[in-house]
Design a binder for this molecule. Sequence first.
Ligand code: AMP
Length: 215
Amino acid sequence: MDVILFGPAGAGKGTQAKFLVDLLGIPQISTGDMMRAERASGSELGARFEGFMSKGNLVPDELVLELMEKRLTQADAKGGAIFDGYPRTLAQAEALDALLAKIGRKIDRVVALDIELPDVVERITGRRVCLDCGQTYHVRYSPPPESGVCVSCEGTRIVQRADDSEQVVRHRYSDYKEKTAPILEHYGQHVVSHVDGCGEFGEVTGRIQAALGAA
Ligand code: AMP
């Protein structure tokens, strides 16, 4: 099964995708995570991502496609994948269709997590992340331990991402509305399910499961 978790930054795509990995037995493919890993590795490609990401701008399609092409050929993605933060432009959506068609697959469902700007700002500016394992926290809803030690990996580098400032969040949201949201039309109503992205984690998970027919 190939599923796109769709929505603006802060909709909960990453957290929900991690849950779906266990439920569906297919990997999460997050271009944002892949780019951050590339940056952390100190590679030349990672350095090229840096300038776009720190300002909240989209990385050019050709660089993203290169990453995606490599990732989809890995063995764990043979039976499908949960795409998180990809596609973000029409060109990426068309390229994904073509890549999947080559291996006899197609996007089975797009789950769009609906959320408005004020909720996005609240969620993202309060987000903190462990640089070592990616575990996320929220200063209000799931605060990082006072000890500063990550509950998942015991690392001590829990930080606010540079692109999680309010100014950058607002910019990313308007980019989402302008360049990303319109691609839902590319998939059409029979493939897209809209899900309310607000509420408790478990509530939203239930709605996603229902949309996937996996409840
Ligand atoms: P995310 O972790 O999905 O919020 O992505 C963080 C940042 O990585 C974005 O603001 C973009 O700069 C970049 N990025 C991630 N995925 C993509 C993509 N599919 N296309 C272009 N840029 C991306």
